[in-house]
Write a new protein. Sequence first.
Length: 273
Amino acid sequence: MRERAGIDAYLAFTRLAFKRETTYRVDVLTSLFGVGARLYLLYALWTALYQSRGSEAAPEGFTLPLIVTYSAVSLLYGLVVNAAAESADQVEDKIRDGDIATDLFRPVRYPLTLVADGAGAMGFGLLQVIPALVVLTPLIHLVAPPTPMASGLFVLSALLGVAVNFGMTLMLNLTAFWIIETFGIQMILRWVSMALSGAVVPVWFFPGSFQSLALALPFQAIYSTPLSIYVGKLQGTAALAFLGIQALWVLALGGICAVMWMRGVRKVVVQGG
């Protein structure tokens, strides 16, 4: 029976992931300029919409500065969400190429190495937020969370949102044990997620039945909940309730991924003899 590695081994994966991300500096600069360009376009779009129709089409309390802040924070938060999820995306390639068999022989638990890798990538994503703020500050004036409590709940909710997105990405990649190629499914999931997560348009802007559908799915737990807490749309017991929903999705997705991993590993063992 192999002796399992301790926490230091997983911390090494976190450090390596952080160093890996820092090597692509040109991509980082391109990404930051892209964030600035996208924010300017969103700012121009929301400004035009509010000027043409006023605030009558928006939910109560969603002023123009608030919706622009929502869009800006969503873009910055997306740097962290996407960085962490990229660690889970490597699973499909390893399964398709057969390299996953090598990872099974290592004295570490492969799913935990993915979590550690994602933490390192997420840390670098957080560092990108600082220069991004420098780029965005001349363009817009960001509104701060309404209370210190809201700031703390936003941070907690953002971490849960990253975990939900990571779990969904990992779950999708693990299907490669059975269908090998997941590109098409991933594209569909990403489009659905962009539409229903509140990353671009707040879920609170959706019409009645469509809003109820969006709130019932896990996508809203990624962007909508933390961003709604940030702008003060969710406060008090409502914010805590949505945090609880996020935590439930994290546990559910974690459980699904664990079952898929155990069954997928047996499939690899059978195929490999």
